[in-house]
Each structure stands twice: as structure tokens, then as C-alpha cells.
Design a protein around this ligand. Structure first.
Ligand SMILES: *Cc1c(COP(=O)(O)O)cnc(C)c1O
Length: 423
């Protein structure tokens, strides 16, 4: 490895990529004094995203998490009636949630008093396993809400999940925060659920530095979310309130950044796809696979390139709650070794999102695999013999540097460093 020098400029996992128009739209907001949560940038980004994604209404919000919160509240009120002033719209109700996802997918369930029950992951797309979801409805037949994410920009098994939801009269909140621009059978993610959510966080495929949107075909739902996001003001001369509200509306300055980014969505996706393909080619002689997708039915946005090490090529790796250890072995490696190597050379990778059911905060929540109660066999988990897919993908997988400003030469060095780990 001695011939490789650390990168002078850090190679990142995923950072914002600006193009110049953003500053023009920010300037417009400034000069016209629309420095608030009203203005032309907001109107335009709502119109353009709705058109791009293929839904009737998009409501611009302060974050993807805000969008998920309002979507989940709306789902709760649709199912169970108007939320009490304290306690939330899902109080006392279980909600089926993706397990391998960012915590923002599931936290808003708890804001509304609901209880997330985690559904295991499948190996074909690394998303919610329809078999585990079907099992979960056998165990908890009263559940009426599913919150499902598309991990790393790869669409999940949408048809199967929708069919199960329909059979059980359940609603779907679709978390497309990571998958803006990805499609399934020719339709964009964010349009498959009863309520759709996207994010413009700084690390996403396009960004406003912050921000998110709620997507819907229902005018009623769009109006409801817009009203809640602006403190639930009633149509009166004074501040009149019949419902609890939030300060969740997008700023017109942030919307200027988003507006400047929207024309570059396709370009970013093409760059991310090229990065994915380059890794795939460069790693093909190693005992590893790239994060998989359904080539027949889906086109991911390739937000993050990931790899997973074949079971027989894993060296010994042990993870505690905060740190990890491994034993280096010829011909084998593990995510910890690769991530530590990349870090040493000034490149940023990341472990696979740690499954929610493994998080200390959710330790007492249900977890359902295709075989039933995933909590029944904790001893196997502790011994490293767990058969649930999410834990397995977390143990053997990692996110590779996927920044769209990374050069092919930099990527070749990363590929070489990964090869070195297996020597
Ligand atoms: C980023 C992200 C969110 C949250 O979006 P913010 O805009 O950061 O609030 C939600 N879900 C997933 C899966 C994400 O990756």
C-alpha cells in the first residue's frame, strides 16, 4: 500500500454540488425582499417537483423529516380520526416500518404516539421484505399503517407491498427521501404511497442545504399539510386555531437553492450511476457484490454505491454499541477494515444504516422477519448467527464514497485500496 498517498482533498460519501443558478434565485429572493416562507421560489419548486415526479401537489417544507411527520399525522387522522391536542394521531397504535433505514423514517411515528414495529429486509433490493410484511399482518392483524423507505435510492418491492397493504386495508407513507428521481415500472418513487415524502438535505441527490416536500394527488391532503406547516391558522382576521400546528414551511431562500438544483437532477443521477458502474467493474474480481436492484422493473437514482462482502470472504469482525474490532486475514476483509483503510487515506465511507430494531432506543419494539418474531432468537444474534437479512447486510455491507465530484482517478485509487484489504 506504500505507493498510495492519502488524498489531498478528502473524497466524500455525498456532498452538495452547486451549479450557479442557486445563487441567482437566492439573490432574487433577497432583492425582492421575499425573505420568508412565501415567495416565487417556493411556488416554482412546488410546481416543478410535482411535474417532475408526476403527482398533482407538492408542498414545500423545512425538512424531509417534517414531511414525514405531517404525512404520518395525516395517515393517523385518516385512519383513527382527529388527533387529540396532546398524545398524537397514532396513540396506542402499532405501525409497520422499514428496519434498515435512516432514523428519520421512523422517529415521526413516535412523535404521533405510535409504536414502530420493524419489518425485516430482503436481499434483492435491501428494502422492506414483503414476506416479512405479510407475516407481520398475521401477527398484528389490526395494524393499518406502513412506513416504507427506498434505501440508497433503490426502489423496493413496491407492487408486492402495495398488494399486501390493500389486502389489509392499510395506508402507506412512502419515504422517498433518498430516492428522488428513481423509478419503478416507469413511475417515480414518491408517488406509490398514499402519502409521499422527499428530502433536500445537504447529502441527498439534489439539495436546498435543507428542506423537504410532501407529495400527493389529493388537494385536501395538500391543503391540510400546508395549513399544519404554517401553524394551523384558521381563515380569520386574528390568529385562530382549531388544530395543533407546526413551523415546518420551507423558506423562500432555501427554495431558491432547490430551484437552482432541479434542472441538474438527471445529471446528478447520471454521475452517480457512472460511479456505481465503475465500482462494479473495478470490484468484479473480488468476493463482493454491489447493492442490488431489480433491473427489470426499476431504475434507481444510485444515490449511494454500496458493496457487500460474500459470507466466505468475511474476516472476523465484532461490533459493540460504539466501536468495532476485526482480525485481518489473507483473502478476506470486513466493512470495518475497509472503512478504516479508506479513512486512513482521507476517503469517507460509512457502515450500512444500522437496523432500527438493533438501536437501543427501539430495543423493546417488535421486529418481524419472514419467519415470524425476529426477537425470539436473540442468542443467535449475540452469537453472530442471526439469519435476519437486515443484520446480515449491516454486518457484511458498507457505503462507498459516492460523491458526484469524485474523479475516475480518485475512484480507481479507492478500488485499489479495497483490493489491498483482501490481500
Ligand atoms: C435524509 C432522510 C430523511 C430525512 O430528511 P431530512 O430532510 O434530513 O429531514 C428521511 N428518511 C430517509 C431515508 C433519509 O435518508
Amino acid at each position: 500500500m506504500s505507493d498510495i498517498k492519502p488524498f489531498k482533498n478528502k473524497v466524500w460519501l455525498a456532498t452538495p454540488t452547486m451549479h450557479g443558478d442557486e445563487i441567482k434565485y437566492i439573490q432574487d429572493a433577497y432583492e425582492s425582499n421575499w425573505m420568508s416562507t412565501v415567495g416565487e421560489n417556493i411556488n416554482e419548486v412546488e410546481r416543478q417537483i410535482a411535474e417532475k415526479v408526476g403527482c398533482k401537489y407538492a408542498v414545500a417544507l423545512s425538512a424531509g423529516t417534517a414531511s414525514l411527520h405531517l404525512a404520518i399525522r395525516l395517515a393517523g387522522e385518516t385512519l383513527y380520526g382527529k388527533a387529540p391536542v396532546s398524545g398524537g394521531a397514532l396513540k396506542g397504535h402499532k405501525v409497520f416500518c422499514s428496519d434498515v433505514t435512516f432514523s428519520a423514517t421512523v422517529n415521526p411515528v413516535t412523535y404521533e404516539g405510535g409504536e414502530p414495529v420493524f419489518i425485516d429486509t430482503e436481499y434483492d433490493t435491501w428494502n422492506m421484505d414483503p414476506k416479512a410484511l405479510a407475516k407481520a399482518f398475521e401477527i398484528y392483524p389490526d395494524v393499518r399503517l406502513i412506513v416504507v423507505a427506498h434505501l440508497y435510492g433503490t426502489p423496493g418491492k413496491i407492487d408486492e407491498i402495495r398488494a399486501i397493504a390493500k389486502a389489509h386495508n392499510a395506508l402507506i407513507v412512502e419515504d422517498a427521501a433518498e430516492s428522488l428521481g428513481a423509478s419503478y415500472k416507469g413511475k417515480q418513487t414518491g408517488t406509490f404511497g398514499d402519502f409521499g415524502c422527499i428530502s433536500f438535505n445537504g447529502n441527498k441527490i439534489i439539495t436546498g442545504s435543507a428542506g423537504g416536500m410532501f407529495l400527493t394527488n389529493s388537494e385536501h391532503d395538500a391543503n391540510k399539510v400546508r395549513k399544519w406547516s404554517t401553524q394551523s391558522r384558521e381563515n380569520a382576521a386574528w390568529y385562530q386555531h382549531e388544530e395543533i400546528g407546526y413551523n415546518y414551511r420551507m423558506s423562500n431562500v432555501i427554495a431558491g437553492v432547490v430551484r437552482g438544483q432541479i434542472p441538474y437532477l438527471e445529471e446528478h443521477i447520471a454521475q452517480k450511476k457512472a460511479i456505481y458502474e465503475h465500482y462494479k467493474e473495478g470490484l468484479k474480481d473480488l468476493p463482493v457484490q454491489m447493492n442490488p436492484y431489480d433491473k427489470k422493473n426499476s431504475e434507481p437514482n444510485f444515490w449511494l454505491s454500496c458493496m457487500i462482502i460474500n459470507p466466505e470472504a468475511m474476516c472476523k469482525q465484532v461490533r459493540g454499541e460504539q466501536d468495532a474490532l476485526y482480525l485481518s486475514e489473507p483473502g478476506k476483509s470486513c466493512p470495518t477494515e475497509i472503512l478504516e483503510t479508506l479513512a486512513k487515506y482521507n476517503a469517507e465511507g460509512r457502515p450500512i444504516w444500522k437496523p432500527m430494531h438493533m438501536q437501543p432506543i427501539f430495543r423493546n419494539h417488535g421486529f418481524i422477519t419472514k419467519d415470524g418474531n425476529g426477537r425470539a432468537n436473540t442468542n443467535a444474534y449475540i452469537a453472530g448467527e442471526s439469519t435476519d437479512a437486515g443484520v446480515d447486510i449491516f454486518n457484511r455491507g458498507l457505503c462507498l464514497p459516492s460523491d458526484n465530484k469524485m474523479t475516475p482517478e480518485e475512484q480507481d485509487i479507492i478500488i485499489k485500496l479495497i483490493h489491498n484489504c483482501f490481500e
